[in-house]
Every structure is written in structure tokens, then in C-alpha cells.
Design a protein around this ligand. Structure first.
Ligand SMILES: Cc1cc2nc3c(=O)[nH]c(=O)nc-3n(C[C@H](O)[C@H](O)[C@H](O)COP(=O)(O)OP(=O)(O)OC[C@H]3O[C@@H](n4cnc5c(N)ncnc54)[C@H](O)[C@@H]3O)c2cc1C
Length: 489
């Protein structure tokens, strides 16, 4: 008998979503991630959940409607990670005419399921806080509802749920060879140790490595894919309202400026074809300048490349060749035959539809195993078992129980852990009970929790994926964290 029913190569959003779905249906699952969970494309996304206006422009109405329906699922099952937020498009005299934008948003409202979030409105920005950050000529803007998501924590939440349902999640475990017989026989280098495991089915969810995994590890023809790089920039906070600004650029691209970790603004995205090693991605100087110029067309406060605190880049696999498909479009293939162990290939796609894609993918295995029906749309991810309208109440509850927490600190912790916060802070009665501090918010108990429960091994796993506290951490604090983690192992 094989060790597992399903082995998954890749711990990005696609891999962990498949792991969660399959483990919850009763399959024995192992997920192999060569580095850290979500360390590649899945922590460099535009962080948006919901409707895509560009899809409306392409008349992809069904796709837009499916994404809006899925947005509602996310608000229900991950209310700590997915936050409803007003998106604002200032009307620019040189770009799409205001009547066209209004019409598009009315259609968007109609496609959205009724009830949860407010419909779109026209705003006179000369008399509205939304206009404070904008340059003077803007008189009108349109506001519509959408959601932001903490992408890398969504990866962790999926992995946690999969693990709690029995999946074996291995980080630092690279699959180096896979032989296809009537079962799969995989050779894995797991934290330096060679190991052979067998599985009845295999999922290749290796993101930008998907073709090289197919060719060199599975020794099969690679899927027809293309790889694109997405780049975004982080600058100091450029506006005070809790909105995402959507700018129309002169080349008709939509550029987003969103609130990022309280004190910063994330501006993106630029996508372009990518060649090279997906593990080494950096933003080109002209992309950084392009995003600064786009923001300067709209915001009063000017920025230039020297203001960029960090770039957020990733490479993503789309159905090839480049330019023929929308940036978020991914692919999926299923290959099985008599006496051939099944192979599932899954790549790219949007964060919004990742749950549904995984559900569809795992359902393809139904003829091979007895498994329970679809379940992920109705089950909260770990920490998400409260109604999204009660998010502020969750923060208040946290501050009542741990009275030493400041408002910002409590809010960050609830955003990260939701109702699981007691598992992180335990019975701490005063700040000193949280152990050593690494900067104003990160403490020893949180670090220990992340190492014990969320597969964190190195400082970057915590500073850039389990949180984004790396943005404000001083070098000495980072060194102290590294030393603490080395002894806590
Ligand atoms: C250019 C670009 C455009 C995007 N556009 C959109 C968009 O419009 N809307 C939207 O919602 N989202 C968008 N996304 C994000 C979307 O979330 C990604 O498609 C998704 O995160 C990809 O997830 P993944 O799991 O396939 O890949 P990844 O997150 O890259 O994960 C693959 C993992 O496989 C691992 N791996 C590779 N080889 C091996 C091996 N041999 N053994 C073990 N592990 C291995 C890697 O280490 C990696 O962690 C975009 C992302 C990018 C970068």
C-alpha cells in the first residue's frame, strides 16, 4: 500500500489549497515545499479578493460573477484575513469617460451577490476625505466594494487546516525525482536527508518551476506555460483614508495604491515576461520609476524611486504564450490512464478563485478513491470562526483579556490569528509574560508559536510571510530574533 493517497509538490497557494481540500475529504496527503510556505508568487500578489474590473472590460462577465461570488465565501470563512474595503477610481479627464466607469460599476454591482457589501457610489472628492490625498483637478471619483487579503497568511491558514485534518506538511523538503508506476515513487531531500515516499496520485503545484519539475523530475513533456513577473513598490503612507485607490494610467493599465501594514502604501502592479531563475526576482529600475510616475499623476505627495522602502516581486505561471491571456489566468490538467498513477497539474490563477480551483482539482480524483463531498466553502479556516461584522468586537475582546495590548498591536494579532489568538498569547497577564521583545510588537511567545505551529524556521519566514514586521524592524532587533530562533529550535 502506498504511504499516501496524494503527494503535492509546491507549498504556494495552489498546493496548500489542494492539500486542505483533499485532507478534508479524507485523503492521506503529503505536501512538499522546498523552501518556506508561500515564499514565491503567493506572497507577492496584488492582495485583492473579488471582482476584477479589467475582466468586465474584456466582457468576461461569467468570470467576474464567479469571482464576486467567491469573494463572499472568503468573507465568511476567513474574516480575519479578508477585509472588505472601498475601492476608489478618480475620474481622469484623459482616460475612460466617467459615464463609462459608472456604467461598468453598475454592471459590477449587478453581478455581485446581494446583501453583503454596499453598492458603488459617485463621490464629490472636493468635499470628501477621499479627495484629501489627491491632486486638485479631481472633482469626481467612484467608490465600489471589494476586499483585501493577507496573501501569505492565507497560505498558512490553508496549510494549518490541512495539517489539522491529517495532512503531512513538510517545508525545506525538495522533491528531486518522481517515478510513475502504478503508484508514484518520490525521492525527497528533506532538510538534508534523502527519503523515498510513495503516493497513489501526484499534484504538480510548483508555480514558476512547474515546467522544470515536469521535465527534470517527472521526466514528462512540460505544460504550455509562460512566466510573468509582477512588481510592486512599498512607500511611506500616502493617504489617511482606509481605501484602495485605482488609477487609470495613460497606457490604460489600472494601477492600485493600497494601505499596507498601517504606515505604508503598496503600489502596483507592473507585469512583464520573465526569464531566469524564479528564486531570484527583483524589480527593474524602469518598473519602479513607472509606478512612481503613475502615483504622481494622482497623489499630491510626490514620490520618486529613492522613496521606495521595499519592492514586492514574484513570478507566476500563466497559460502561454505571454500576452495572450490575462495576468491572473492559470491552468489545470489531469492525466490518468490504465495502470498509470494519476497526475494533476495546477498553476497560476487568482487568489480569489484558489479555493474553487482546488475543489475542482481534487474532485477529479473521485473515480480513484472513495472521498467525502466538497466542503471547503462552508468551513472557516483556522481562526475564522466569527462573523466578519464582528471583527472590531474580536479586537475589543482581545484587549479586555490581555489588557496590556495597545489598539494597533491587538488589531494586528486579530488580523493574523483571528479567534486562535489565545493559542498564541495563552494566559499572559502582563507584557513581561510575552517574553523578549523584538521591536514594538513581536514577542517571544509569538515567535515560539510560529515555530511550533506554523512551520517558521528562519527570521524571514516570520518577518515577511507570517507577518510583515520586517518593514519596521531595526537590524539589531532582527539579529536578536535570529539568535532567539536559533536557541528556540
Ligand atoms: C505575475 C503574477 C500575476 C498575478 N496576477 C494575479 C491576479 O491578477 N489576481 C490574483 O488574485 N492573483 C494574482 N497572482 C497571484 C496568484 O496568487 C498566483 O497565481 C498564485 O499565488 C500562484 O500560486 P502557486 O502555488 O501556483 O505558486 P507559488 O506560490 O510560486 O508556489 C510554488 C511553490 O512550489 C515550490 N517548489 C517548486 N519546485 C519544488 C520542488 N521540486 N519540490 C518542492 N517544492 C517545490 C516553490 O518553492 C514554491 O513555493 C499573480 C501572481 C503573479 C506573480
Amino acid at each position: 500500500m502506498a504511504d499516501y493517497d496524494l503527494a503535492i509538490i509546491g507549498g504556494g497557494l495552489n498546493g496548500v489549497s489542494v492539500a486542505r481540500d483533499a485532507a478534508g475529504r479524507g485523503l492521506r496527503v503529503i505536501l512538499l515545499e522546498q523552501g518556506d510556505l508561500g515564499a514565491a508568487a503567493s506572497s507577492a500578489t496584488p492582495r485583492m479578493i473579488g471582482g476584477d474590473l479589467a475582466a468586465l472590460e474584456r466582457r468576461a462577465f461569467l468570470r467576474a460573477r464567479a469571482a464576486l461570488a467567491e469573494r463572499d465565501v472568503w468573507i465568511r470563512i476567513a474574516p480575519h484575513l479578508v477585509r472588505p474595503i472601498g475601492f476608489v477610481i478618480p475620474a481622469h479627464s484623459d482616460e475612460r469617460p466617467p459615464w463609462l466607469l459608472r456604467l461598468g460599476l453598475l454592471l459590477y454591482d449587478r453581478l455581485a451577490p446581494h446583501g453583503n457589501l454596499p453598492g458603488s457610489v459617485t463621490v464629490d472628492v472636493t468635499h470628501h476625505p477621499i479627495g484629501n490625498a489627491l491632486k486638485r483637478p479631481f472633482g469626481t471619483a467612484f467608490e465600489y466594494s471589494n476586499c483585501m487579503v493577507d496573501d501569505s497568511r492565507l497560505v498558512i491558514a490553508n496549510a494549518l487546516d490541512a495539517a489539522e485534518r491529517g495532512a503531512d506538511i513538510r517545508t525545506g523538503a525538495r522533491c528531486v525525482r518522481a517515478d510513475r508506476l502504478d503508484t508514484w515513487r518520490l525521492v525527497v531531500i528533506d532538510r538534508g536527508r534523502r527519503q523515498v515516499i510513495t503516493a497513489r496520485a501526484l499534484a504538480n503545484a510548483a508555480g514558476a518551476w512547474i515546467a522544470s519539475v515536469a521535465e527534470t523530475i517527472l521526466r514528462m513533456p512540460p505544460p504550455r506555460t509562460a512566466v510573468t513577473q509582477i512588481s510592486q513598490i512599498v512607500v511611506r503612507r500616502l493617504f489617511d483614508t482606509d481605501n484602495v485607490y485605482v488609477f487609470q494610467n495613460s497606457d490604460r493599465r489600472l494601477i492600485f495604491a493600497s494601505p499596507y501594514q498601517r504606515d505604508f502604501t503598496l503600489i502596483g502592479t507592473v507585469a512583464k515576461p520573465f526569464k531566469g531563475d524564479p528564486a531570484v526576482v527583483s524589480a527593474a529600475a524602469d518598473d519602479v520609476a513607472y509606478l512612481c510616475d503613475a502615483a504622481n499623476r494622482y497623489f499630491r505627495e510626490r514620490i520618486d524611486p529613492s522613496d521606495v522602502i521595499r519592492t514586492v516581486c514574484g513570478v507566476n505561471t500563466v497559460m502561454g504564450p505571454v500576452g495572450t491571456r490575462p495576468a491572473g489566468e492559470g491552468g489545470m490538467a489531469f492525466d490518468a490512464g490504465r495502470s498509470k498513477a494519476p497526475l494533476l497539474t495546477i498553476f497560476g490563477g487568482e487568489v480569489t478563485t484558489s479555493r474553487r480551483r482546488a475543489e475542482w482539482a481534487v474532485s477529479r480524483l473521485t473515480p480513484f478513491y472513495p472521498m467525502s463531498p466538497r466542503w471547503t466553502a462552508g468551513a472557516p479556516v483556522p481562526g475564522g470562526d466569527f462573523a466578519w461584522e464582528r471583527f472590531d468586537a474580536q479586537v475589543d475582546l482581545a484587549r479586555e483579556r490581555w489588557r496590556f495590548l495597545g489598539e494597533d498591536h491587538a488589531r494586528r494579532l486579530v488580523e493574523a490569528y483571528g479567534s486562535r489568538l489565545p493559542a498564541v498569547l495563552g494566559d499572559a497577564r502582563e507584557k513581561a509574560d510575552l517574553g523578549p521583545a523584538f521591536g514594538p510588537e513581536l514577542t517571544g511567545v509569538e515567535v515560539r508559536y510560529l515555530m511550533a505551529r506554523e512551520w517558521a524556521r528562519f527570521p524571514d519566514d516570520i518577518l515577511w510571510r507570517r507577518s510583515k514586521l520586517g518593514l519596521t524592524m531595526l537590524p539589531a532587533e532582527r539579529d536578536a530574533l535570529a539568535a532567539f530562533m536559533a536557541t528556540a529550535r
